[in-house]
Design a protein around this ligand. Structure first.
Ligand code: C5P
Length: 222
């Protein structure tokens, strides 16, 4: 049977990918489907947790038993994650967050012009995961366990270690991405790095297997 080791725990999962509007019809976005985030939500519900999913542009059926908050942009995701994280036991940032947003959003559809198109100027988005870690370090309170995801194409483990430290999270799930890997697929392989130096490899398998491995490590830290 499924362990009920998250009974009485409140967890927050972000899923999908943020979109930054260029004009009313166009956006800057990414290929995250939300499959891994929704799998994390479902498996946490099965293990007894009270789950809030912050879903950024996910076109999947709602995970049964979880509260779903829909967002589009990174600013909306940030607000929703920070507010849901208040008093939560664990936060898992599985969403792919747009690193940049257009400085100005055009209120009307940008027209094709002859000649040189206008450049789109970008501003950097806030790093929500790093903010969660920094707030906890500064205030001595916040979620007991903060989990990040990282998609890397090269130097996967070294970059992962760096990122874990930089963002102040407890666990970082690192997967190798590239042609045919991870995005939009039902299976995933990853290494879960811990702040204490440990690492666990989860071989290619259903995304639920990776989710369960994450929750087991989370549960051991609660
Ligand atoms: O820096 P990078 O995008 O590789 O980090 C990925 C991790 O950080 C994911 O957990 C993602 O949800 C989170 N992140 C974030 N805010 C950003 C960028 C990434 O919370 N602006």
């Amino acid at each position: 049977g499924v362990p009920r080791d998250l009974a009485g725990r409140r967890v927050v999962v972000s899923a999908g990918g943020t979109r930054e509007a260029i004009d009313p019809v166009r956006f800057i976005g990414n290929r995250s489907s939300g499959l891994q985030g929704y799998s994390l939500a479902r498996t946490a519900v099965a293990r007894g947790a009270e789950v809030t999913v912050i879903a950024a542009n996910v076109a999947l059926p709602d995970p049964a038993g979880a509260k779903v908050v829909r967002v589009e942009s990174t600013a909306e995701l940030r607000e929703a994650v920070l507010s849901a994280s208040d008093g939560a036991d664990a936060v898992v940032m599985a969403a792919a967050v747009a690193d940049f947003r257009p400085v100005a959003r055009s209120d009307s559809k940008i027209k094709k012009t002859s000649g040189e198109p206008e450049p789109i100027h970008l501003a950097e988005n806030p790093d929500i995961l790093a903010e969660l870690g920094a707030r906890r370090a500064a205030e001595g309170q916040g979620p007991s366990v903060i989990v990040g995801f990282a998609a890397e194409t090269d130097n996967v483990l070294a970059n992962g270690r760096d990122k874990l430290a930089r963002k102040g999270c407890d666990l970082l799930v690192v997967n190798q991405v590239g042609e045919g890997l991870a995005f939009g697929r039902p299976d995933n392989a990853a290494t879960i790095l811990s702040a204490d130096g440990a690492s666990a490899y989860v071989p290619l398998g259903p995304k639920d297997d990776l989710s369960d491995a994450v929750w087991s490590l989370v549960s051991a830290r609660l």
